[in-house]
Every structure is written in C-alpha cells, then in structure tokens.
Design a binder for this molecule. Structure first.
Ligand SMILES: [Zn+2]
Length: 400
C-alpha cells in the first residue's frame, strides 16, 4: 500500500521513494512506489505529471488498489527521486479548492447543490441541481471571493464514516472506515480526497465565465487563480480589438455596437426599397419599348430581353411586375453566377402554354426548371445560347 504524501501536504512536490512493483498499463511501463506525492486521478481532479528519476510521469492512475505511475520509459533503478510538476499541481489545487468555495457559496446564496464537478485542461464546470440566474451567480461569486480574500485556514482531517454521517456529510460510496474531510474555517466542510491549499488565499480569485441551462439545473463555468488571469487577458484582447474596429471607447462600445446593428438593418431596408423601385422602373421601360414595336394595336405586349447579372429571384419579380402592369408576355433571360436563367410569364387570361414554352427553351440551354399556369422559370449551363433560347420562345409566341 503506497503512502499518499499528498493527503497530508499538498505543497510537497519533491520526495524520495522505493520502487515496490513494476507493471505494464495500457502499453506503458508503470511503477508502484512505497510512498508518493503524485496525485492519482480521482474525484474530478486530474492526475499530476512530473518526473521519477530520468523518466517522465505521463499519468497517475489507481488500478487494482495500486497507484500506478505511468512512465515514458522503463525505470531500472530501485530508489528514485520524484518531482511533481508544480504549475500543473498549483493549477489543479486552485480550481479544485475554488470549486469547494463556489459550491458552498451557491448553497448559501441560492440553495443550489452541486451534483457534478468537471476539471478540464481549459474549462472547469459545476452542475447545480436547480436553475440559477445571473444575479444569484454574481452573489455567489462575490461570496466565494470574500472567503478567498479573508485567507481562512483550510484544515484536513480524517474522521470515521459514522462521525461523518452524524455530521450529515455526504460520504462517497465505497469509502469504508475513515473519511478525509476538507474544512474551510467557518464556511465549508466536506469529504474530499483532492489536493487543497493551507489557506483560501491561494485560490487567488474565482471568476464565473458562463452559465447555461443543463438538465433541470444550471451548468456554471468558472476559472480560478492563474486561469482567471489568462481568461481576463483573453477578454481584454477581444475588447481592445472591438474598441479599435468600432473606433469607440470601452464605455461606449455597447451603444456603438447597437447603433451599428440598427444602421445595418436600416441600410438593408433602404436597399430593398431601392431594388424594388429599380425593378418597377425597368418593368415600365421594357413594357414601353415592347409597345412601341407592336404593330397590331390592342394585342398584348411581348417583352423579350437578355439581362446581365440578375439573380433568378429578381428576374421573377421583374417578370411578375411586367405582366401585372399590362396585358403582356414576358420572356426574360439573365446570365448570373455562371448560369443562364429564364423566367417566362404572361398576364391572366392570355392563351400561351408558359411551362411548355420554357421547356423548349431550356432544351437549348441544356437545363432544368418548371412552373405552372402563367409563370415558369429555370436555368442551364449554356450561357452563350441564352439569346437563341429566348428567340425560340418569342417565335412560338408571335406565331399564335
Ligand atoms: Zn473536493
């Protein structure tokens, strides 16, 4: 049974030990030591990394009642000097202890219990059993930070499971005999096997970075200590970029961004209005030109035109408008986005089979399309034959 040095002293990062067993674990050499300062993954806290003699410790796991130090190479010696990676340990300690404080703060502020804890390499979250709002989250954050800044002593003790139950501490399943308890003076007391600081001050700061609905409760993302500094720095960079992009001081950023969105919406509305007016103008101009060419007075106007760059939707609006304004047949074509488009339309009561006209013209373009009644549209790849396709439809119309 390995003596777990980290249980008593989470600041102990160097130690000497004897190799008591050698194993293979998931394809890697592993050793069991008589004593270790390496934390094995458990209770939501990831393992420590570091070195044992010449070997890198890449993972530390509990397996079959043993603490296995997984190594990047076999270790031949009996006595080893162990060195725990200090930054990683400090990071885990800050996030994990910060979690204890934040979870307690949520109980006090919002009667919300923590039902899950995840400490990732970037993101740390707790899941609360009931929904909490932004105000409650800010209040819990404030309370947790007050406790950090009061530098309250953190004490580790081991008590019997009976004593723990008598205190109404939630004893993790599978724990027999003794329970390790982490106590934050006058604030929080809970069973935990993780690494914790001597005082709450080592957590530095607790910063909630996001709330989201999760099952029946809320998932709270947060960062503590050095991670909080990194998170703040990332946000500061984004804000600086926005300040420069929008040419506005930080205090006016929200107002300026809102105005920019409104201006954009107004611009789009005006652009739509201008396009409608342009289409109306084109419809009238094309009708007038077609009427001027009509030899028999009183017969419907035949509008035939090949345009450049008109999208199919715009072409359809133009065709519909032409046949609304006068008794007319519109045979419209456009070359846009590498395709030839056709829209054929006629006024209510005119006798042509518009879908059949379109079908014949689309054969020229090698394309597809369709329609019903007085409106049909389609397109093909043979851009150079657009005029020919329109002329075919025009001759059919004029032949009637
Ligand atoms: Zn814990």
């Amino acid at each position: 049974m390995t003596e777990r040095l980290f249980l008593e002293r989470s600041d102990l990062l160097e130690f000497d030990a004897t190799v008591v067993a050698r194993r293979q674990h998931e394809g890697r050499p592993a050793v069991v030591l008589d004593r270790t300062a390496f934390y094995a993954e458990s209770g939501g806290q990831p393992w420590d990394t570091g070195t044992l003699g010449e070997a890198q410790v890449v993972a530390v796991v509990e397996s079959g009642g043993e603490i296995l130090h997984l190594l990047d190479r076999p270790l031949a010696v009996e006595r080893v000097h162990g060195r725990v990676h200090a930054e990683r340990r400090r990071d885990h300690l800050q996030q994990h202890h910060g979690q204890h404080l934040l979870s307690r703060a949520f109980v006090q502020v919002a009667r919300a219990e923590t039902i899950a804890f995840h400490l990732g390499s970037e993101l740390t979250t707790i899941d609360l059993d009931r929904p909490v709002g932004d105000d409650e989250a800010r209040a819990a954050e404030r309370l947790a930070n007050e406790v950090v800044w009061q530098a309250r002593p953190v004490r580790i003790s081991t008590i019997s499971t009976e004593a723990a139950r008598a205190e109404r501490l939630e004893v993790p399943g599978g724990v027999a005999g003794a329970v390790r308890v982490v106590d934050v003076e006058g604030f929080d007391r809970q069973p935990c096997g993780g690494t914790h600081p001597r005082t709450t001050a080592e957590v530095g700061v607790v910063l909630i970075t996001g709330l989201e609905k999760f099952k029946a409760g809320t998932r709270v993302a947060f960062v503590c200590g050095h991670r909080a500094l990194t998170a703040f720095d990332r946000r500061r960079q984004v804000l600086e970029e926005l300040v420069s992009t929008l040419s506005a001081p930080l205090e006016e950023l929200t107002a300026v961004a809102r105005k920019a969105r409104l201006d954009l919406a107004e611009g789009e509305r005006r652009a739509r209005g201008l396009v409608e007016r342009a289409i109306e103008g084109d419809a009238r101009r094309l009708l007038e030109a077609a009427r001027a060419e009509t030899k028999a007075p009183g017969s419907p106007a035949v509008v035939v035109t090949a345009l450049e760059g008109w999208a199919p939707g715009e072409l359809r609006t133009l065709g519909s408008r032409i046949v609304e304004l006068a008794r007319a047949i519109a045979l419209l074509g456009s070359r846009a986005e590498g395709k030839a488009h056709l829209v054929f339309a006629q006024s209510e009561g005119l006798p042509h089979d518009v879908p059949a006209l379109l079908k014949a013209s689309l054969e020229v373009l090698g394309g597809r399309g369709g329609g019903r009644g007085n409106l049909a549209q389609g397109g093909g790849d043979r851009l150079e034959r657009l005029e020919e396709a329109l002329a075919l439809a025009e001759s059919s119309v004029r032949a009637r």
